[in-house]
Write a protein that binds this ligand. Structure first.
Ligand code: ARG
Length: 468
């Protein structure tokens, strides 16, 4: 290797080949070339404003950065480049274009602030793209809800049938998780959207740059407030990794649900051929590999967050080369995050709920037990007593292999004196159908058809706001 260096005067010999290879980052930080050239253009304009560059020189440098950015669109542009990082690479290219003038661009600038700027520019865009793909997934969930507005499924706790809910209500639970994720990515985007140039290596630049003007030119919301903090800070990377980790946890739970729901044991969900794979040996298999990969890749993103937390922990103020490790973790997490959102959306768009089996599962189990107990307490029985007597009804039914629909008002009234009071047994008999009990859950956030309809309308409205 051994490319050009942005340092070297105080060294008598060059770096060893082992060290050069070990510390080389161009292979991954070349992804920052767009940010690096844009940032450098803005910096050239700042240098003109403080009189280091003439108008003509700043124009020439800016034009050269433009060319580099366009040439870098060709992936082979970096082939065989020996430079230690993207910043050095860009300066070498600049030298090829403007000769000695290139030597002026680094006046009063450090790579410590430059790498912060580049990563912030890159991450600002990556966060916005993540938010937009997340909104696409949320839209797909609302569409899925719209395809099955009245489907009734058992909701679970402890993976045991608990209470009946509408399928759209279940999907809206994920809508809420993803809405919170959207906000977390928004926070990550804003955390990155602060302009660090002018900080120098750590002490602030020796040139009186108009930092606000640089921020305006690059579309930043604000400028950083402390030069030492800039060199030391990768919180904005952690913020994205944390948002991505939580979002991947949500995706992994959705994936796990749907792996179960599409199994023969559940038999609710039909995954499309486009997102499943077969077995090389067993001809009958249709495996939910897309969902398993969503579950698996979540581990990878969580690993990235953990790696970055450990890398930063206990580092002495300010910059340390350890921090170069941020980029591979960040890029990999963002790539995985974006691909996973596309994958989850594609699964959701093509999945079909078979409405019969989950309804039967709700009807055959005792998910109506809570509805019965609550009805009794509406008739004046203390809830604890209601819970007891319905518990006995369930015990008796389970022993006898009797499902709720095998009871009626008369047999209920004969079962216990609590059920025999005027009007009670008729009321309870109606609630033996899980779709009836659901109608009582009219609180905001509940699963009654009216609450869910309202929640769906609100969700669509919020989604519109996320997209505007
Ligand atoms: N490549 C380095 C990084 O990603 C930036 C350069 C700063 N290097 C330095 N030795 N001060 O963090």
């Amino acid at each position: 290797m051994s490319g050009m260096k942005l340092w070297g005067g105080r060294f008598e010999s060059g770096p060893s080949e082992v060290f050069e290879r070990y510390s080389w980052s161009l292979d991954f930080d070349k992804r920052l070339v767009d940010a690096d050239t844009r940032g450098s253009q803005a910096f050239a304009h700042a240098l003109r404003r403080v009189g280091i560059l003439t108008e003509e020189e700043a124009g020439r440098l800016s034009g050269a950065f433009e060319e580099i950015r366009q040439e870098a669109e060709n992936p082979s542009y970096f082939d065989g480049a020996p430079d230690e990082d993207v910043h050095t690479f860009v300066i070498r290219k600049l030298k090829e274009k403007v000769a000695d003038l290139a030597g002026k661009i680094h006046t009063g600038r450090s790579r410590n602030e430059q790498v912060s700027l580049d990563t912030r520019l890159w991450l600002r865009e990556a966060s916005a793209l993540t938010q937009s793909k997340l909104a696409d997934l949320m839209a797909a969930l609302l569409d899925f809800a719209g395809r099955h507005p009245n489907a009734t499924v058992p909701g679970y706790t402890h993976l045991r049938r608990a209470q009946a809910v509408l399928w759209p209500h279940y999907l809206l639970a994920y809508f809420e998780m993803f809405a919170r994720d959207w906000q977390r990515f928004d926070h990550a985007r804003r955390a990155a959207n602060v302009m660090p140039l002018g900080s120098g290596a750590l002490a602030g630049s020796g040139f009186p740059f108009d930092r606000e003007a640089i921020a305006r030119e690059l579309g930043f919301e604000a400028v950083t407030r402390n030069s030492m903090d800039v060199s030391a800070d990768r919180d904005f990377v952690l913020d994205y990794l944390y948002a991505a980790s939580v979002c991947m946890i949500h995706l992994s739970r959705l994936a796990e649900d749907w792996i179960l729901y599409s199994s023969e044991e559940f038999g609710w969900l039909e995954l499309s051929d486009g997102v499943t794979s077969g077995s090389s040996l067993m001809p009958q298999k249709k495996n939910p590999d897309s969902l398993e990969l969503l579950r698996g890749k979540s581990g990878r993103v969580l690993g990235g967050l953990n790696a970055m937390l450990f890398i930063l922990k206990g580092l002495p103020t300010t910059y340390n080369r350890d921090m170069q490790e941020d980029k591979e973790q960040l890029f990999d997490a963002a790539d995985t995050m974006l691909a996973s959102l596309d994958m989850a959306r594609t699964v959701a768009e093509s999945a079909v709920l078979k409405e019969g089996p989950p309804l039967a599962a709700a009807e055959q189990s005792w998910v109506v037990a809570t509805d019965l107990a609550e009805a009794l307490s509406r008739h004046g029985l203390p809830f604890h007593a209601a819970h007891q007597v319905v518990g006995r009804l369930v015990l008796e039914s389970v022993r006898a292999g009797r499902t709720p629909s095998q009871w009626d008002a008369a047999s209920l009234a004969a079962f216990a004196p609590e059920f025999a009071r005027p009007g009670v047994s008729e009321d309870l008999a109606r609630l033996l159908d899980p779709r009836e009990g659901m109608k009582t859950r009219v609180v905001k956030g509940g699963t009654s058809p009216s609450s869910v309809a309202e929640a769906l309308a609100e969700a669509a409205e919020r989604l519109r706001a996320f997209r505007s």
